[in-house]
Design a protein around this ligand. Structure first.
Ligand code: ADE
Length: 232
């Protein structure tokens, strides 16, 4: 069973973007996952295809209409049956994305992703359609589309078969609560800087020990917040 991603957006032309290239693109071509975009504007029913309106109570910007977005979400049901994929709304108000959440999404059958625009989305549709808000960080993008691409990139590389026999994800950043140890490759000396000799010693145990110590050191310096969690 392959992983199915459905995107609801006002800018379907922003997809697949980088998801059509490299690892994610090859996996898409192989059918390890699927991507369908749906234009929210197709679910506006008035002559002008209106998707947004001014905020109740006043204020700047526009709000995505609940009736239009509600219909767009409901259109994904097959014969009236809604599947059990999580329905996500990309939003700076959401739960901050982390690798544990990415692993959980990747273990499921897919995701439905709503990309917000304007000042936001009418709160009632968030509640009524059980949208789970997800943020990719404490900064504001002009829309949820780049955030959706980032989320899917992180998910797709964890899907079975996508990374092939490459097990490097197992000791990469976050998988064990630490950032990744430094990496080096040839030449042995570059601009007078040497590869740490232990890495060329052929002593696998010593290499592993060095990498683990370095991972701790890097995490402690760059991300003291993560290191504190790791130690506790
Ligand atoms: N839309 C706008 N800003 C966002 C963010 N930081 N994360 C997710 N979606 C967004």
């Amino acid at each position: 069973m392959s992983f199915a991603a459905d995107i609801l957006t006002l800018y379907p032309q922003m997809f697949p973007a980088s998801l059509g290239m490299s690892i994610a693109g090859r996996a898409l071509e192989r059918g390890d996952w699927s991507l369908a975009t749906h234009h929210i504007r197709d679910f506006a029913i008035d002559k002008h295809k209106t998707v947004d309106d001014s905020p109740a109570g006043g204020g700047p910007g526009m709000v995505l209409k609940p009736d239009v977005l509600g219909r767009a979400i409901d259109s994904l049901a097959v014969d009236g049956v809604v599947d059990d994929r999580p329905r996500l709304l990309m939003s700076p108000r959401g739960k901050p994305l982390n690798q544990a959440m990415v692993r959980e999404f990747a273990a499921g059958s897919g995701v439905v992703i709503v990309c917000g625009r304007f000042e936001g989305v009418d709160e009632r549709v968030i509640t009524a359609r059980n949208l789970q808000e997800v943020s990719i960080g404490d900064y504001v993008l002009s829309g949820g589309e780049p955030a959706a691409i980032i989320l899917l990139d992180a998910i797709v590389r964890l899907l079975p078969g996508v990374m092939g026999s490459d097990l490097s994800e197992l000791d990469e950043s976050f998988e064990n609560g630490l950032l990744e140890h430094p990496q080096y490759t040839k030449p042995r000396v570059w601009e007078g800087l040497e590869i740490p000799p232990v890495l060329l010693s052929g002593n696998h145990g010593a290499v592993e020990k060095w990498r683990h110590e370095q991972a701790k050191k890097v995490t402690k310096t760059k991300r003291p917040d993560l290191f504190e969690k790791y130690e506790s």
